[in-house]
Design a protein around this ligand. Sequence first.
Ligand SMILES: [Fe+2]
Ligand SMILES: [Fe+2]
Length: 313
Amino acid sequence: MSTSTTSAARSAASTRSRAWPVTDRGQTATRLLASSAKKSYDPAVDVDWAAEVPDDLYGLSPEWSSLYGTSLWDRMTHQQRVTLTKHEVASISGAGIWFEMILMQMLVRDMYGRDATEPHFQFALTEIADECRHSVMFARGAAAFGCPSYRPQRLVLELGRGFAATATGAVAYGGTLFVEELLDVMQRDFMKDERVQPISRTISKIHVLEEARHIRFAREEIVRRVQDITPLQRARVRAVLAATALTVVESLVHPDVYAAAGLDVREARRAVRNNQHYHAQLRHGASRTLSFLDDVGLVGGPSRVLLQRAHLV
Ligand SMILES: [Fe+2]
Ligand SMILES: [Fe+2]
């Protein structure tokens, strides 16, 4: 990229970033605390865990299946599709638990030693409490479908351990926003889809409602934390965020889900790699986050290559 293009891009980024004003941290947190006092769920009692799991309903909206739109999907029986989507939603939930456990650690570190009377501190702790309940809810949802505890591959788990222990500022909240908004887009489809299991729909409804507050919190925090970063720091944040997005996308669907549906894992993974429909779904799921991150100057440069590899741009 030429110097003039680089500076044009930088000035465009700084012009765009002004579209997102820096808000008052205390005011936002006070509003979010009031909202969570008014409407929060306890999945232990608000989900009917004893309800029957119908044989013929999907685990998630079939259009979100990693195989939907492939010739392999066309050859599968309805029962195989049901089994696959139950395992896929369990795997996505497992990735959700993984990232929520990372987020809880980042929030605890971010709030450590701060003034506990601040609404901002109190909302961060409220968010941690939400994520605790969500992770238990996701775990019980997977168990209700008879699925195992799907987790990312060993290397990704270890990378996540490092990320949880070190990520701060725009990296921490940017990574969080990416995962929360991707799940939000999917779960808005699941919650209103009558072809989907009641348990998946209720879990999705609870998660969408409570995550709306987290998304607001993360977005405003990102705007605050990119204000004074240097170009070098910005380049680093872009690279780490793009790598996080790629890792998350690649960890959503565990390869074992295909074996669970009686498929050849290699053939299924090859079909997923070439599945234009699935890539378009992922792009759609990430588009809101990426356009926001672009507005605040956190997309661009070499990090785009990683986003392309994740099929997000
Ligand atoms: Fe959550
Ligand atoms: Fe969240």
